[in-house]
Write a protein that binds this ligand. Structure first.
Ligand SMILES: Cc1cc2nc3c(=O)[nH]c(=O)nc-3n(C[C@H](O)[C@H](O)[C@H](O)COP(=O)(O)O)c2cc1C
Length: 297
């Protein structure tokens, strides 16, 4: 991807909540928006559109409405909307596309923070001119990152355990959910899985389970018990954030593979592996382009 390493970019990304109080330069803005326009379709073609704008009144609202998000030093937001459609993967595709744009922003030196649970929809709907056939699942706080994190930031990170990721064996499996996938046996896919593990997720719940079977990587959403029933989400009609998390994980996996020139494609082809519980559902699979060859070699 361009002239930077996606691995470095993924490693340097974090949810930035303290910014420098400095408007983003026109040049960076147009570079980012150009990228957003060129990369606005998910693997199955669901289109999203984006707007980068100022939401001064929204900030005040954010502060009042805030649960665990607290943004300081920017009033610029990247607002994204996706087309409401019957495709069951529109939210996953939205997450996929928007995380790609976030990684581009990171590469440009900008700080970002997904806001899925803590933003007021009406303010942002007006900003982007939300149409009837569109939904607005999340917005991104964006700007130049402050050099030092505030105390509040550190508290939020501690509360969400943001610096931790689930152990490898709780995320990746081989053939069935009973057999953890050994890292030593992931061959040239190790880095892509590591990069997936570093992906952001709502409340850092990391609801991803990936099962390797034959040469394919099957992505499952393993929901956090009670997460979607949180009062704040129910009250504000917020999107199903854990579906967005799946798309985010897909983009980290996919972009890392692309950089290593490991080519494959996304398909929906449920391998019907026995599920561990009723919180877990099959979503999508990544298959190597030539699935007859052994991709680990
Ligand atoms: C879909 C989604 C929604 C999120 N919503 C919020 C939010 O409303 N407020 C907030 O402060 N952080 C939010 N986050 C950021 C997560 O808390 C953060 O990604 C996680 O704790 C991991 O930390 P990291 O991004 O620094 O690696 C959200 C992240 C995702 C992916």
């Amino acid at each position: 991807m361009d002239d930077y390493s996606i691995i470095d970019v993924i490693r340097s990304r974090y949810s930035c909540r303290s910014f420098q109080n400095k408007p983003i330069s026109d040049q960076l803005k147009s570079e980012l928006l150009k990228y957003a326009e060129e990369n606005n379709a998910g693997p199955f073609g669901t289109h999203s559109r984006f707007h980068l704008g100022q939401v001064t009144s929204g900030l005040a609202i954010l502060r009042r409405l805030n649960t665990y998000g607290f943004i300081n030093g920017t009033d610029e937001f990247l607002v994204g909307v996706t087309t409401k459609c019957t495709d069951q993967l529109e939210l996953e595709e939205f997450g996929y596309v928007l995380e790609k744009i976030i990684l581009k922003a990171t590469a440009l030196g900008l700080g970002t923070c997904w806001m899925g649970g803590t933003f007021r929809k009406s303010v942002f709907s007006n900003l982007i001119g939300l149409k009837e056939n569109e939904s607005l699942p999340a917005v991104i706080a964006i700007g130049y990152p402050a050099e030092k994190k505030r105390r509040t930031d550190r508290m939020i990170r501690k509360f969400a355990k943001s610096d931790h990721r689930r152990a490898w064996e709780r995320l990746f499996f081989y053939e069935s959910f009973d057999t953890p996938l050994k890292k030593e046996e992931t061959g040239k896919f190790t880095t892509a899985l590591e990069m997936l593990r570093l992906a952001p997720s709502a409340s850092n719940k990391q609801p991803w389970n990936i099962v390797k079977s034959d040469n394919s990587w099957h992505f499952y959403l393993r929901r956090t018990h009670g997460y979607q029933d949180q009062p704040i989400l129910a009250k504000t009609g917020k999107a199903d954030l854990q579906r967005i998390d799946i798309g985010i994980a897909m983009s980290h996996f996919d972009m890392t593979l692309l950089e290593s020139k490991i080519i494959g494609k996304w398909v929906i082809d449920n391998p019907k592996i026995t599920l561990p519980d009723d919180l877990t559902e099959y979503k999508i699979s990544w298959v190597p382009k030539n699935s007859l060859s052994n991709p680990n070699k």
